[in-house]
Design a protein around this ligand. Structure first.
Ligand SMILES: [Zn+2]
Length: 202
């Protein structure tokens, strides 16, 4: 073995060791996640933009890049996009008169589907009417409900973005994220979905 190949072998061993060592910073693939926000509540665009930035930031932290779609997006004619995107309906209030959803719930996600709903009146009641606070809260509620769609049932955790209730103060500080375990689950769920699409398209 020449010096060059020995050095190369040592270098690849180092890479393998780094990749296998938990806690060591690694370069991970950024995974895309398409999300359509259906703004039924007529949320002002300034609030929606702030909301989108808050949700985007939470998912970027786990190397998931949200691609925001709106109803006029031409990509919605692509069947693969339609089958894989998440849809969040922003409702003015819980419109189901016989709803079994708890009165204090800010949103709900239907397990096993790609659909979630958030209740804008409850977010307003909790947060107040300033664009910054509203956008921040809405973005956190949307991130939480998307989390429910990508995580196993009963995904609430004692801390972070998957806490049962919204901690407005921690949200405003930008301090609510997915736990490491949740991040692993979300990424592996998206990875599996991506592989299934690739197999279908072969
Ligand atoms: Zn929840």
């Amino acid at each position: 073995m020449t010096t060059a190949t020995t050095a190369l072998a040592a270098a690849s061993f180092l890479l393998v060791s780094l990749a296998a060592t938990p806690g060591v910073a690694q370069t991970r693939d950024v995974m895309p996640l398409m999300v359509l926000v259906n703004n039924i509540a007529g949320v002002p665009i300034t609030v929606l933009e702030k909301s989108g930035r808050a949700t985007t930031r939470i998912f970027r932290e786990i190397d998931v890049e949200i691609i925001w779609l709106d109803k006029s997006d031409l990509r919605l004619t692509n069947p693969t996009v339609l089958k894989s995107m998440i849809v969040v309906h922003v409702l003015p209030h819980d419109t189901n008169a016989h709803s079994k959803i708890a009165h204090e719930a800010l949103g709900v996600a239907l397990p096993g589907t790609r659909f979630a709903w958030v209740f804008y009146d409850r977010i307003e009641a909790l947060t107040g009417h300033g664009d910054n606070d509203l956008g921040c809260s809405l973005g956190h509620v949307i991130a939480h409900e998307i989390g429910h769609l990508l995580l196993p049932a009963r995904a609430h955790s004692p801390s972070g973005i998957m806490m049962a209730g919204l901690d407005g103060q921690r949200a405003a500080q930008g301090a609510l994220f997915f736990t490491r375990g949740q991040a692993r689950q979300i990424r592996s769920r998206l990875m599996n979905a991506e592989q299934q699409v690739a197999m279908r398209e072969q």
